[in-house]
Design a binder for this molecule. Sequence first.
Ligand code: EPZ
Length: 418
Amino acid sequence: MGEKLVIQGGRRLEGELSVQGSKNSALPILAAAVVTGGSSIIKNCPRLTDVDAASRILEYLGCKVARTGDTLIVDSSGICRSDIPEKLMHEMRSSIVFLGAILARFGNAVVSTPGGCEIGLRPINIHLSALEALGAEITELHGRLYCSCGNGLRGAKITLSFPSVGATENIMLAAVTAKGTTTIINAAREPEIVDLACFLNGCGAKIKGSGEGIITIEGVSGLNNYEHTVIPDRIVASTYMTAAAVTGGRVTLNNIITEHLNPVLSIYEKAGCTIKTSGESLEIKAPCRLGSIGAVRTMPYPGFPTDSQAAAMVMASTAQGTSVIIENIFENRFKHVGELVRMGAKIMVENIVAVVEGVPRLHGVETEAADLRGGAALVLAGLAAEGETTVRGLHHIDRGCQSFENNLRLLGAEIKRC
Ligand code: EPZ
C-alpha cells in the first residue's frame, strides 16, 4: 500500500524554519548546465525526487553530477548524447525544458512529448513553435520529437500567446548561444525566470529584461563555469505559512525573499493573520479562526500563484465565511476538493470556480494525494482537523517538498511517515 503520513490534528504550530531552495528554479538551471560545457556549482539545491530525476537525465546525457550537502556540482564537459529516453522524460513532466538546452549544445535533439499529468494536459505547442522560430525543425513521430537545426539556431522575435514559464525557459536556454538577438514578448515574469537569467548571465550570457514582459537575449559564442545559489522556494514558503494559518499558530520563516511572497500575502492578512517581514525572514501569526479569503484568482506572476491554490482552499475550508477560488491556469487542478469534502469541507465546484463555505472544524479521514500541491494541502488540512488524518500518495509530495513532515514536526505538528 506504500508509505503514508499519519497526522494527529488540532495542534498550534509554533517555531522557526529555514525554507528550501526553489524546485522550479533548480530544474531549469540544471538543464542550463548542459549548455555551459563546463562545471556548474549549484548551491541551495533542494533534495527532491524531481531534482533526482533531472540529475538522472544529466547523467544519461554524459554529465557528471555530484551532491555535497545542499550543493550539486554538474560537469557537462563530457556530454555525449543528445537524446532523452521516454522513461526518463516521463519521470518528470517539466523535463521538456532540456530540449532547448540540448539543441543549443548539439544542434539536434530527440526527446519524448512529456504527456499530460495530474493537473492538466500540459501541451507544449508554445515551446515548439518558439523553438521553430529560432530555426529548429521539429518532427513528431510516435510520441518522440526529432529536432534539428542544421545551420545552428538564430535569434528571432517571439511573441508568446500565453506567458508560459516553461516555454520562456526553453527559449532562453536555446537562444543564449544562437546567432543574433532573440526577443521574447509576453514572457513569463516568475522569480524562477529571473533566477535562470541570473545563472545564465553568470555563465557569460547576455540576457536583459527577465522578470518583465519583454526579455532580450544576445547570443554569445559560449558559456563558462559558474557558481550559483538557487533562490528560496516561494511556494513551499507559502505552504508553511498556511500550516501556521490553519492551526492558529505563530511561525517564523527564514532564508526567504519576501518580495516573492507579495502575491500571496494579501490572503493571509484578509483572513486575519498578522505578518511581519524583516530582511530574509517573515513571521506569521494566525487568529484562532480565520476569516474568509474573499475571491482569489490564480494568475501568472505577479498574480496569485496557481501552485498556492490548494493551500488557499484549505484556509478557506475552515474560515468564518465564504470564499471563492478561480483556477485560471490549469484545467484540472481541483483534485484535492473531493478529499477536503470527505474531511467535512463545504465546497462547490463549477468548471474553474470553487465556492468554499467555511466550517468550524474538519475531521480526519484517510486521504490520497493526487498531485504535488494538492497532496501538501491535504497534510495542511490534517494539521487543522480533529482526530487522525492519513495521506497516501507521498511520491507526489516528495517531488517538491523537502523533509516536509520533519519540518512540520519541528514546528510542533504530530506527524509521522510510516
Ligand atoms: C511551471 O509549469 C511550474 N513548473 C508549475 O509548477 C507552475 O504551476 C506553472 O509554471 C505556472 O506557474 C515548473 O516550473 C517545473 P506554464 P509550466 O507553461 O511551465 C498552458 C509545481 O507544482 N501551456 O506556465 O508547465 C498550460 O497548459 C508545478 O511546482 C500551453 O497551452 O507552466 C497551462 O494551462 C505545477 N502550451 C498554462 O499554459 C504550452 O506550450 C501555464 O503553463 C505551454 C503551456
